[in-house]
Design a protein around this ligand. Structure first.
Ligand code: ADP
Ligand code: MG
Length: 822
């Protein structure tokens, strides 16, 4: 398949999904078609595609608005990719098929290629490889996505809408209809009782028509939907009724595998059965015996075998547990996944802990060292800030580098903690660097911190790409000579030419804006920043993205965590309301006018949709920044207004932001570029259009931009329509100002993909675990993993040999994956 063909195939699926996002079942097909594109594109693009695929995989449980949003995102991405040349030939999967490879379990037998196994000839092997099924190990982990109970056939007349059921029917009618310019296969089944069930396929091969000959009996399984009062299933699975499927003859549980393009379901089933029977015993058990016993965990091999080949007499209740993903076997796999993830993180953390670092003398008596700073502050630190500083100081007094994440809701005052850390380093005779993701933020920090630095008698400089050359040269010289105490900057600080005399402290603000790669780079390059390094500097990363604890344990599991769980006193959270459609927009405009009349400044935020992308997704009507700006300009007359969006050159963007901060501009029309850290105290109103398109966590971030000056502030969320659960979802924003609650809710609704982003790269993928459903298992696995490393740091004991082998194999695979991801 060529790049263009792959793109076409993907686009076609996306369009179909877009035309009817209410249809269940598109998820797998979208992922499959996107996978065809993945072989041609660069690592960074691939990573984005992967993130998207992870989200879209949850199709069946996503609300319609989410589906639309994701499909629209897919279409946009497709449009972007269409303008690019493929960077790679299709992956050389043939070679992979033919060579045994070690698998994620590190076992050679599991690396056996599939070619030659029952039903697998070269063509099938190739098709399987395209789906990343190349070895026996891959097949063992290719689990059924559903278990149908053929012992419990529901008569058509008794099917209830919303139910996942298996029924039996005789084909009464089959025809190809046309709708929205494409062909649809429609089949009507009649039950023994005469009741009817409709079935529709939006994608089907020519042969399907023949398959459903009138009078032939099928077992039909799928989710029952209501179609104008009649019942139907979309893309049900159908099995020609054979004697062995007859209830009377004792047919049991039928497993359903995900579709593999070009490989018949029967072939997959036969292959899986053969592989499980022959190879399941080879699956190593990495969980140490004592831990397995403590949590009553069976073996990994038994768990995998039981999922592929459930016993015929499995109780109905156990079957339900399987379909809900909470059976003992599935929990065994989830525990396994979490355990090795946490074990790897624990090992990483252990290594960091043993690195040589700088014990900072001033950190032994932080209260004394910081007295001058605290006195200079126009407020007294909150309890949470004091606790955080104490935790940081404890790390700094240790002769090993700190690796700490400071997490605090927007406005919780992380900057104070950051400066305290720097101050302790400087007071101990070292230099400190603070890195922010944008020039605006770096400038903002420099402004705040210079005042504090002056009070404590430290020298401080700002270093960004726009620092004039002469100034930069002298700063670089001062830094290298150790004559500058604190430097605040952007990525410019990472440049090779930036050298410190004795760097002791690195602070990274708004960490989530820096990619994984940069975080790794900075951590690893700590030494590089530290010219003539004797020891790695301490590292404090800060984020306002309120990550639920389960997610933090995974994404940042190798960092120590400090949470600022208290806002400075007197802070009133923005009063948030949800409005709908055009009337809502008009209402928002009215309130904006009133706010401007009262002398307030305001943000007007739009989702990012550009002209070219609109063509791709012709059905979405969304405000775009320029349209909104034009409209507001015509409505508001001569109110000075600025526009910022990602396409604007940085210099222009910063110029507009500065003017807004200075109050020269009263309204700022913007995309989410204003999301991070920007602090314009006088802005106390925000309108967010197309609010249903944003994640809750992101809305919370945006909202955090206002209400920083004290006093009342207003946030209006304008949703395009009441469709789906937009109202409920956005209602969360109106109900709570607590970023952690918002984040938990976001995680519950959207799944981890969105918030997690690329941070997962470089770690073993979570295939089975669900961070919401399995939060408790994560805690257990983490406790056990950390305890195990405490007891046997090198996993050197003979009874831990398998544990270590599995750990290494999992993380080696992840590194490969991570490297590929850039
Ligand atoms: P964030 O955690 O979002 O980075 P900042 O450090 O920018 O928050 O602080 C937000 C605002 O709160 C700033 O204007 C800061 O001066 C103020 N602030 C910080 N700590 C306190 C405190 N203890 N009491 C009162 N105001 C504070
Ligand atoms: Mg901040």
């Amino acid at each position: 398949m060529s790049y263009d063909d792959a793109l076409d195939a993907w686009r076609k699926q996306l369009r179909d999904a877009f035309a009817d996002p209410g249809v269940a079942d598109f998820g797998d097909r979208l992922v499959l078609s996107a996978a065809g594109v993945a072989g041609f594109i660069g690592a960074e693009r691939k990573e984005r595609l992967r993130t998207w695929a992870r989200d879209i995989k949850r199709w069946d449980v996503l609300p319609k608005a989410e589906r639309e949003r994701l499909v629209a995102a897919g279409l946009r991405y497709c449009a972007v990719l269409a303008n690019e040349k493929p960077v790679a030939a299709p992956p050389p999967q043939k070679a992979r098929v033919l060579q045994p490879a070690t698998t994620r379990e590190g076992s050679l037998a599991l690396g056996t290629p599939l070619l030659g196994l029952p039903g697998v000839g070269p063509a099938t092997a190739q098709k399987l490889a395209e789906r990343e099924l190349a070895t026996v190990g891959d097949i063992l982990h290719f689990l059924p996505r559903r278990w149908d109970d053929l012992r419990e056939l529901v008569p058509i007349a008794s099917l209830a809408v919303g139910q996942l059921a298996v029924t039996r029917g005789t084909v009464k009618k089959a025809r190809v209809a046309f709708g929205r310019g494409r062909r649809i296969l429609e089949v009507t089944f009649a039950g023994d009782d005469g009741a009817e069930l409709g079935a529709r396929w939006f994608h089907f091969r020519g042969g399907m028509m023949q398959r459903f000959a009138v009078g032939v009996r099928f077992l039909v399984s799928g989710v029952v939907r209501d179609r104008k009062g009649a019942r139907e299933m979309i893309h049900p699975e159908t099995i020609l009724e054979a004697p062995e499927d007859d209830v009377a003859s004792g047919a049991g549980v039928r497993v359903r595998y995900p579709e593999v393009e070009g490989v018949p379901g029967r072939t997959i089933e036969k292959l899986c059965r053969a592989v499980v029977e022959r190879f399941a015993g080879e699956i190593p058990d990495g969980i140490p015996r004592a831990i397995a016993e403590r949590h009553a965990l069976g073996s990994q091999a038994d768990a995998i075998a039981a999922l592929h080949l459930p016993p015929v007499d499995l109780p109905a209740e156990a079957l339900r547990a399987l379909n809900d993903g909470v059976s003992p076997s599935q929990r065994r796999l989830v525990f396994d996944e979490f355990f090795f993830l946490q074990l790897g993180l624990a090992r990483r953390r252990g290594t960091a802990r043993r690195e040589a670092g700088l014990a900072l003398p001033a950190a032994k008596e932080p209260e004394r060292a910081l007295a001058r700073f605290f006195k200079a502050l126009p407020f007294s630190p909150t309890g949470a800030q004091r606790r955080a500083i104490a935790e940081v100081a404890k790390d700094l007094a240790d002769p090993h580098p700190m690796h700490r994440l400071l997490q605090g809701d927007v406005g919780s005052g992380k900057t104070v903690v950051a400066f305290a850390a720097c101050e302790l380093a400087v007071a101990s005779g070292f230099q400190a660097a603070i890195m922010a993701p944008t020039e605006i933020l770096a400038e903002q920090h420099a402004r705040t911190l210079s005042a504090w630095a002056e009070a404590t008698g430290r020298s401080l400089a700002l270093l960004t790409a726009s620092t004039p050359r002469a100034a930069r040269e002298s700063q670089l010289a001062l830094l290298a000579a150790g004559k500058l105490d604190i430097v605040v900057g952007t990525h410019a600080l990472l440049a090779e030419r930036v050298a410190f005399e004795r760097l002791g402290m690195v602070v990274i603000d708004e960490q989530h804006r820096f990619g994984v790669a940069q975080r790794a780079l900075l951590r690893d390059k700590g030494g590089m920043l530290h010219a003539g390094a004797r020891a790695a500097p301490h590292l404090l990363v800060m984020t306002a993205t309120p990550i639920p604890r389960t997610l933090a344990l995974t994404a940042y599991g190798d960092l120590d965590l400090t949470i600022l769980d208290e806002l400075p006193p007197g802070r009133e959270p923005p009063a948030t309301r949800v409005l709908f459609s055009q009337t809502g927009r008009a209402r928002a405009l009215k309130e904006l006018r009133a706010a401007l009349d009262a002398g307030r400044q305001a943000y007007w935020v739009c989702p990012l949709i550009e002209e070219s992308e609109r063509l791709e997704a012709a059905d979405i009507k969304l405000a775009d920044v320029t349209e909104a700006a034009d409209w507001l300009a015509s409505e508001l007359g001569d109110v000075p207004m600025g526009v910022v969006h990602g396409r604007l050159p940085t210099a222009d963007r910063d110029r507009v932001m500065r003017a807004f901060r200075a109050g020269e501009l009263r309204v700022l029309v913007a995309t989410t570029v204003i999301e991070v850290g920007v602090d314009v105290p006088a802005a106390s109103m925000m309108v967010i259009e197309g609010a249903e398109r944003f994640g809750l966590a992101q809305l919370h971030q945006l909202r955090g931009r206002i209400g920083r000056g004290g006093g009342r502030s207003t946030c209006l969320l304008v949703a395009g329509s009441r469709a789906g659960d937009a109202g409920d979802r956005l209602g969360v924003m109106a109900d709570t100002a607590d970023g952690f609650k918002v984040a938990e809710e976001d995680l519950r609704i959207r799944g981890p993909g969105e918030i997690f982003g690329t941070r997962q790269a470089g770690m073993p993928r979570l295939r089975y675990a669900d961070l919401v459903r399995d939060a408790e298992l994560l805690r257990l696995a983490r406790t056990e993993a950390f305890a195990l490393l405490e007891e046997d740091p090198g996993l050197a004991a003979p009874e831990h040999a398998t544990t270590r082998a599995v750990l290494d194999a999992r993380w080696a695979e992840a590194r490969l994956f991570g490297e590929e991801a850039g």
